[in-house]
Write a protein that binds this ligand. Structure first.
Ligand SMILES: Cc1ncc(COP(=O)(O)O)c(C=O)c1O
Length: 365
């Protein structure tokens, strides 16, 4: 048996008719930039997430960059983000002339409110909570900390399409959110795409302008921005896929439940958990084991693809080496060598999940 980590060909084969006709309609209209599908997706996604404004853009990195941009945080001020995330969270901070400061993570891989609060000083302007692996960060204590210290609180929801915290969807839990629709995400486009979610009309207007060369009218630029627009074709694909998001999230939850049931007796691995206050999107199912590399090799030889997210935490990266001093004792740093992402997604059958679990048990027996 071969178990794929991600199977976009299978997903496409199931949605082929819908996707092909949506894409053909874009070609028929030849409206490749700012086509009707883009506006439709912005409305659909804002309403799905419970936010008042969705501003589509070229990718998730630009979405986070635009989000920070419209808040106009003091240049050089500090933005706290988790030490274990994809580099884009930190890049958005740096490209806005702000300073990233890394907080440690909790056992659920999201930013630790205690660590966050310990890093706040008079130069701190914002916190970015990353819903890593599709698991919403603990927003309630983070909100209290942000209010107490008069800071902005943002969501990096690039991995959390369809996730929810205390009944509210990811993307509607803070002062604004950035999403990525990179093809491998729970809701993925057929190329790069992203979106900013905001509840403030003025800021939404500014984000839209920023992603379109700072312009309010054609060839009239109020400020300099970037060229980061969602292609009409991507919006058309996303409009088709958004209708399936809840069913995909449910399927991912079922896979996660099965892994946890089947692997709970293996004492040498730490499994992720379900939490009562969250609906997890399970973008990734990440286990921890000291024998990570050997297990990965064993599974590969059994025909099972796995991933590592991420091989190094951000302070371990050369780009942020100057942060290592205060991060050395972090869980995020000490445990990065133990992380292993098992296959998860709506493409997996119950037999495949049982096969992966069986092989893991075999490895440890
Ligand atoms: C947590 C996180 N933030 C930001 C991004 C950036 O998104 P993109 O690749 O669309 O620029 C990603 C995507 O990989 C991500 O996983």
């Amino acid at each position: 048996m071969e178990v794929k980590f991600l199977d976009l060909k299978k997903q496409y084969s199931l949605l082929k008719n819908e996707i092909d006709s949506a894409v053909q309609a874009v070609f028929a209209e030849a409206s490749f930039i700012k086509g009707a599908e883009v506006e439709k997706f912005e409305e659909n996604f804002a309403s799905y997430c419970g936010a008042s404004h969705c501003i589509s853009c070229g990718n998730g990195t630009d979405a986070l960059t635009a989000l920070l941009k419209v808040y106009n945080l003091p240049k050089g001020s500090e933005v706290i983000l988790p030490a274990n995330t994809f580099i884009a969270t930190a890049e958005a901070v740096v490209s806005n002339g702000l300073k990233p400061v890394f907080a440690d993570i909790k056992e659920d891989f999201t930013i630790s409110p205690e660590s966050t609060e310990s890093l706040i000083n008079q130069n701190t302007s914002a916190i970015i909570a990353v819903h890593l692996y599709g698991h919403p960060a603990d927003m309630e204590p983070l909100k209290k900390i942000a209010e107490k210290h008069n800071l902005k609180l943002f969501e990096d929801a690039a991995q959390a399409h369809g996730a929810a915290y205390r009944g509210k969807k990811a993307g509607s839990l803070a002062d604004g959110a950035g999403f990525s629709f990179y093809p491998g995400k729970v809701l993925g486009a057929a190329g790069d795409a992203g979106a900013v979610l905001l509840n403030d009309e003025e800021k939404a207007k500014k984000a839209k302008m920023f992603c379109n060369h700072g312009r309010s009218l054609k060839y009239f630029h109020e400020f300099t921005g970037i060229n980061s627009r969602m292609d009409t074709i991507q919006a058309a694909v996303l409009n088709v896929k958004l209708k399936h998001l809840d069913e995909w999230v449910a399927a991912r939850n079922q896979v996660a439940k099965s892994y946890i049931e089947q692997l709970s007796g293996v004492s040498e691995i730490v499994l992720p958990k379900f939490y009562p206050e969250t609906l997890d999107a399970w973008h990734l199912f990440v286990i921890k084991t000291e024998k990570r590399d050997n297990l990965r090799e064993y599974l590969k030889n059994c025909g099972i693809e796995t991933g590592i997210h991420y091989p190094h935490s951000l302070p371990e990266q050369p780009a942020f080496a100057n942060h290592m001093d205060y991060c050395r004792t972090y869980r995020a740093v000490k445990e990065s060598h133990t992380l292993l992402s098992l296959p998860i997604g709506e493409h997996l059958s119950a037999e495949e999940v049982a096969f992966v679990s069986e092989k893991i048990k075999q490895f440890y027996s």
